[in-house]
Design a protein around this ligand. Sequence first.
Ligand code: PBG
Length: 321
Amino acid sequence: MRRNRRAEWVRRLTSESSLSTDDLIWPMFVQEGYSERTGIPSMPGVERLSIDLAVEAVGQAKALGIPAVAVFPVTPPELKTADGKEATNSDNLVCRTVLAIKKQHDDIGVICDVALDPYTTHGQDGIVRDGQIINDETVEVLCQQAFVQARAGCDVVAPSDMMDGRVGAIRKALDAEGLQDVSLLAYSAKYASAFYGPFRDAVGSAQNLGTADKRTYQMDPANTDEALREVGLDIAEGADMVMVKPGMPYLDVIRRVKETFGVPTFAYQVSGEYAMLRGAADRGWLDWDKAIHESMISFKRAGADGVLTYGALEIAKLLRA
Ligand code: PBG
């Protein structure tokens, strides 16, 4: 076995998986203000950017060859309500960001998250009544949210809310408005995970959610057959691409989804995964460049077509070097 490992050239020749910048999607956080950036303590190296700086950063991503970015808004607390109606405001932070990015860089893909949690006072992804997340009413609001994002010019809407039937409803709503070219990336197998903590700090929904959880709509980490049912439904409802989230703890799910359906399948290396790698690297316990690269290769090996990662810019630079 070692003959094929004895030199760099033969290792390259026999390598089964490869990583390129074409595989990267960069999730970024936007905030109000001008020329403002705010660090996120639980995600060292990641910053929330005001729109003007976000547009600049997207220019960097584009220059590095990254095909797409995913935009997440930090909603000012005074705009949060129980029904999260700021999500459907066509002049909200995320819509203004998309417009500004597209004006400057119309040739990079822009993905918008569809879910109410950045906008609700309780931090849940849907409308709450008597302690329950109300499915169908939430789906109606999500359709309006997807509509304002699509009209602002985003290329992909990505429902991350895990309500039943939302992919089909959003597809129908967009088509009815002549927005049939806007793609749907479904967070199909999204688990109720402890690894989203730093993201909730970043968008400021952590205090809103408090000690509550999302286990009545996000998946049980113990399940994989159920993930296949979720993906199957989303494809039948019109998803163009599907996602498994989180990433590294769920590589088996990526493999099963890709083998079963053969559709474009993405992994989300979530905030907690980023924080673990970065935290260890910052203490000198891991080599950042090697560890982040290995994590990416593991997604490719599992069958992912691409990865959402907060390290996208750094990885793209590594791949260039
Ligand atoms: C919103 C959403 C979440 C993430 C992406 N979209 C958080 C959640 O569901 O609580 C998590 C991303 C990350 O942790 O990096 N529904």
